[in-house]
Design a protein around this ligand. Structure first.
Ligand code: GTP
Ligand code: SPV
Ligand code: MN
Length: 600
């Protein structure tokens, strides 16, 4: 291999592909990432030298670094993200589609010569424990040290992955270049039929850490459908009772809607005496498969957190704060002259002599020329930290088999409509609940913030194939297993007439989880409503929580008129997905409407 000191595999499928990509991008040099700490330190030194990253105060934040992205490159770009398969209908109504030949040709122009004067890093990575039969291997070629360092936290990286791959061609070919960071020429392209991902002209998280959304969700969902499993935008957590029994749940909330927070939940004061412990298995992605015991088992394919920074403080998420004290990369937050970091609704006061995420001098309360307050941290600023540093990290993380799932939870930000929690009547009804999920748009994606949009299974930006086929796949998985988990919907974000959240959220959410797990075991009181079961009057344990009974009533209210309008909206959404929407879901919609007009 030209301009390369050391090649880490004899797999010629791998080396030929790398040579071909290098001939396109024309890097000065090729460097293979072996996963050693020694090499990592060299990369850090190089990135500090060029200013790509900045070393933080090493006493307060050992081995931690700071990075700013380009101001126009701060979130995923859904309008520049494409599924490139032969037939447009395989991408479906919710994905952007491109013909593979045209997509390769256009993007090749953006990649061509883009790595001149740069190094191309070869990053072999495993999603899931190295060598597990449920893991998938990828190799990412990138010209960004920031990407390499993030990948080393988010997944298992290095030579051991190539050893497991051997001479197989079963790996995802991931090519990334920052190129010129031109937003117009930004493309996030998935070629599921070629097991290939191309990402160009971005340097931000989900666009460039190709193991994450691109491989572990879009490509993996395509594979999962063929192979009979599920790749989901879900957290996984375990609730341990004093008896030692642990029940696991998986929950799908759209981006920036509380997965990281729920995954690291700390039991609230009022429930302390019950002795629960929460175990974090994952905060963003779950790979789930039926097993011979008739249950669904899940692994987290990632090894780290890429978590939203703003709002993280010791009362909202103490575990996250404890997780990011070392070996962490902070992106687009406030940087203090003293090498500390800060963000809105963070811990303590902002540092003196700070610079904001754009690199400008910043102080709290700073206003722009129109008198509008300037945020120090970008709302989608993030931390990248190893999962095993989390105080609640589950040792089952490393188990190849994963954990058995007792309940699925769907949720989003709904100001008024959805109650705090409800339980679906059946598997198919639960699939309907997932398929018709909606949420307000957040800063994790470009577009109008706050606007309510349908986000089925929190997978709208991540389902790599026709979403109507995806619904069908969910229905058939439920049919094929003996002990399907029960399905629930939660809403931590319902507001009163003054636009204040009705529910305190965060740790208090355990009260809702407790009821969910009781129901999953066939216990717990419930009341039937047109949309599903809700907790009976006394069945949520409110010990130690000061919440007016009227507020709880309001939180659990199901307003028939609002839900009739919702049903109309869901019908429109299903219609927009084409003819493949499964009849089972049409039946569920009809059943919902019938229940809404019954005994009024
Ligand atoms: P991605 O990493 O983008 O997939 O997002 P996520 O689902 O992991 O989101 P995260 O947990 O980081 O939550 C993002 C925002 O939701 C933060 O601003 C939190 O403060 C807020 N949040 C999380 N849980 C709650 C809750 O129970 N109640 C309220 N009101 N806000 C919450
Ligand atoms: C999300 O937006 O859902 C994330 C962050 O988890 S990113 O990896 O950038 O997609
Ligand atoms: Mn996510």
């Amino acid at each position: 291999m030209k301009n390369c000191d050391q090649v880490l595999t004899t797999n010629s499928i791998v080396t030929h592909w790398i040579e071909e990509m290098a001939a396109l991008c024309l890097p000065d040099k090729i460097v293979w990432i072996d996963g050693s700490d020694e090499q990592r330190q060299e990369l850090i030194a190089e990135a500090c030298r060029t200013g790509e990253i900045i070393a933080l105060n090493q006493e307060q934040y050992p081995n931690s670094y700071y990075h700013r992205t380009h101001p126009l490159d701060v979130a995923r770009v859904e309008d520049k993200t494409f599924i490139c398969c032969q037939r447009e209908r395989d991408a479906g109504a919710t994905n952007n589609w491109k013909n593979p030949e045209e997509a390769y040709t256009e993007a090749a122009n953006f990649f061509r010569g883009g790595m001149r004067g740069r190094v191309m890093y070869v990053v072999p990575f495993s999603m899931g424990p190295v060598g597990s039969p449920f893991s998938k291997i990828g190799i990412e070629l990138t010209d960004s040290i920031y990407v390499v360092l993030n990948m080393m936290i988010m997944c298992r990286v290095g030579k051991q992955v190539l050893d497991v791959l051997g001479h197989s061609d079963d790996f995802t070919r991931c090519l990334h270049s920052k190129a010129t960071l031109d937003p117009e020429k930004r493309r996030i392209l998935h070629f599921p039929e070629d097991n290939t991902i191309w990402s160009v002209n971005s340097g931000y998280g989900g666009n460039v850490l190709l193991g994450k959304k691109c491989l572990a969700l879009r490509m993996a969902s395509w594979m999962a459908r063929k192979e009979g499993w599920l790749a989901e935008h879900m957290l996984i957590l375990g609730v341990e009772e004093p008896s030692g029994r642990v029940d696991y749940v998986a929950a799908a909330f759209p981006s920036a809607c509380g997965k990281t927070n729920l995954a690291m939940l700390i039991p609230p004061e009022g429930l302390k005496s019950k002795g629960y412990r929460i175990w974090t298995v994952g905060d963003d992605i779950a790979w789930i498969r039926p097993d011979t015991d008739g249950r669904l088992w899940a692994i987290n394919p990632e090894a780290g957190f890429f978590g939203v920074a703003p709002g993280t403080n010791s009362s909202s998420n103490r575990n996250a704060l404890l997780t990011v004290r070392k070996n962490t990369i902070f992106t687009n937050v406030v940087l203090g002259e003293d090498g500390t970091v800060w963000w809105e609704d963070g811990e303590g006061d902002p540092p003196a002599n700070a610079t904001d995420w754009l690199g400008n001098p910043w102080y709290p309360g700073k206003k722009d020329e129109n008198g509008k307050e300037i945020l120090g941290a970008h709302p989608n600023s993030r931390f990248t930290a190893p999962l095993n540093q989390c105080p609640s990290a589950s040792h089952r993380m490393e188990h190849h088999h994963g954990v058995p799932i007792s309940a699925f939870i769907f949720g989003g930000r709904r100001n008024h409509l959805a109650p705090l929690v409800y339980e679906a009547y059946s598997w198919n009804h639960g699939v309907f609940v997932g398929a018709s999920m909606a949420s307000e748009r957040t800063s994790a994606q470009y577009g109008k913030q706050g606007e309510v949009r349908r986000d089925p299974f929190a997978m709208l930006p991540f389902c790599g194939y026709n979403v109507a086929d995806y619904f069908k796949h969910w229905i058939s998985i439920g049919r094929s297993i003996k002990h399907p988990p029960k399905i629930f919907h939660v809403n931590w974000f319902r507001r009163d007439e003054n636009n204040k959240f009705l529910w305190p959220g965060y740790g208090e959410n355990l009260r809702v989880l407790e009821w969910i797990l009781q129901r999953a075991r066939g216990e717990g009181d419930a009341v039937e409503t047109p949309i599903g079961y809700i907790p009976g009057k006394e069945s949520l344990d409110m010990t130690g929580l000061e919440l007016a009974p009227e507020t709880l009533d309001e939180l659990l209210t199901v307003n028939r008129e609002d839900w009739k309008a919702e049903a109309d909206d869901i019908e429109q959404f299903f219609d927009s997905l084409g003819l493949k929407v499964p009849w089972e879901l049409r039946n569920e919609l009809e059943a919902l409407r019938n229940r809404l007009s019954d005994d009024e």
